[in-house]
Design a protein around this ligand. Sequence first.
Ligand SMILES: Cc1cc2nc3c(=O)[nH]c(=O)nc-3n(C[C@H](O)[C@H](O)[C@H](O)COP(=O)(O)OP(=O)(O)OC[C@H]3O[C@@H](n4cnc5c(N)ncnc54)[C@H](O)[C@@H]3O)c2cc1C
Length: 447
Amino acid sequence: MDKINFFKKNRINVIGGGLAGVEAARQITNFGINVTLFEMKPVHFSKAHKSENLAELFFINSIKTNSIENAGGILKEEMRLLNSLVIEAADNTTVPAGKALAVDRDLFTEYITDSIEKNSKIELRREMYTEIEDDVLNIIATGPLTSDELVNNIMDITDQKNLYFYDSISPILNSDSIDYSKVFRASRYENEGEGDYINCPLSKEEYYTLVDEIIKAEKVDLHEFEDTGYFESCMPVEVMCERGRETLRFGPMKPVGLIDPKTGKSPYAAVQLRMENSRATMFNIVGFQTKLTYPEQRRVFRMIPGLENAEFFRYGSIHRNTYLRSPGLLNEFLQLKNNNNIFFAGQITGVEGYVESAAMGIIAGINASMKCLGLKQRPVPAESSIGSLISYISGFSGKNFQPININFGIYPDLGQKLKKDKKRELIAKKALDSINDYKSVLSSQSF
Ligand SMILES: Cc1cc2nc3c(=O)[nH]c(=O)nc-3n(C[C@H](O)[C@H](O)[C@H](O)COP(=O)(O)OP(=O)(O)OC[C@H]3O[C@@H](n4cnc5c(N)ncnc54)[C@H](O)[C@@H]3O)c2cc1C
């Protein structure tokens, strides 16, 4: 299929009318291109979706902070610059919630549904999409609960091993917040690089106290559609503890092969931290995927020696979540490398969260429009939050790809040492400047 044919058709399919799909649809129509937006509700509801409206928010109506002192706030500001429908709707349906941007859920989804329905360039088809058409550009934005039929089709085009059905996330920490006087670098096995891991040594008493606190801690309830069968392959740390107080010591906390240089001996147990990105700004706590509530993770995991003041870039979790192993599969334009008529957007790309998902919709919409019009696609600048998320999901080179939310650990290195506040201020400035540049480049292209 060549671009001339696409241009004649002047139509792009967007599959899924969630947060990412509506963003993609708006961006495409801004380029004068028609959209067919497929949304299976209300004919078919997933086990978690309840509303007939588009861009449904699940259980929580907060889309987190608006302040650009925070990475989530910078991301939202970038999206405002790019004419985001989701942020526009949020700004118009906000309810008081301190620094957080919380919305009236019904008004928010009505605002978006209304905007899509009134857009004469969008044909909204309330039907389940099952077979990916190959004579038109497609953006697949069907989210964490993509219908089974489409999942099968996606597996055919991406290779089965590249699709996951649950995420299993260990907490990620800011490497600057680790107390290096209490930990040591060493790997358990010879084939692992010297010093790949940071080890937090625990005495016998510290180990059992930690295990007992994990067992006692408050947990998030499973949703009715989340069975526990998956726990065998990615068992939450609390379930390991409940199976026996020694389980962790023979599992992720085993001290085998680890000698603490301070004592010259193996500790009773050790928590290992593994580098999450090549710049070593983020470390994850190995094997600590969990359903502990966020405040409990903060309280209990800070009992680990060396982590007393740990700053959590991302808390641990386990969810039902359909997502791609995007590194190697998607390029920087969110296109399948082996079939660049197919774009992905939203949570299915391996980002996590309402706002992050919507942001991927904006970019897939822009890039699909560029391709449809035969124009050069432009990478989103790496300095921006959106560019950093895309670099992460398309370029992650570690072993265990897990969904990522926006956080200060994923922006490029600033190349200078600065205090935390100044550093964040500079990140925000560079990010917003770069998105303004990106916008200018896009609008300078002739249509
Ligand atoms: C139970 C649950 C709770 C969550 N809670 C939060 C939270 O509190 N905060 C947060 O930030 N994130 C939360 N998330 C993550 C959340 O899913 C994403 O942040 C966001 O909704 C993803 O946007 P999306 O557009 O990718 O997918 P969705 O918003 O799920 O949209 C996908 C749309 O595609 C439709 N669809 C699926 N298959 C087909 C098909 N074959 N044909 C046509 N339409 C189809 C669906 O009906 C849906 O409307 C939660 C996820 C789940 C599963």
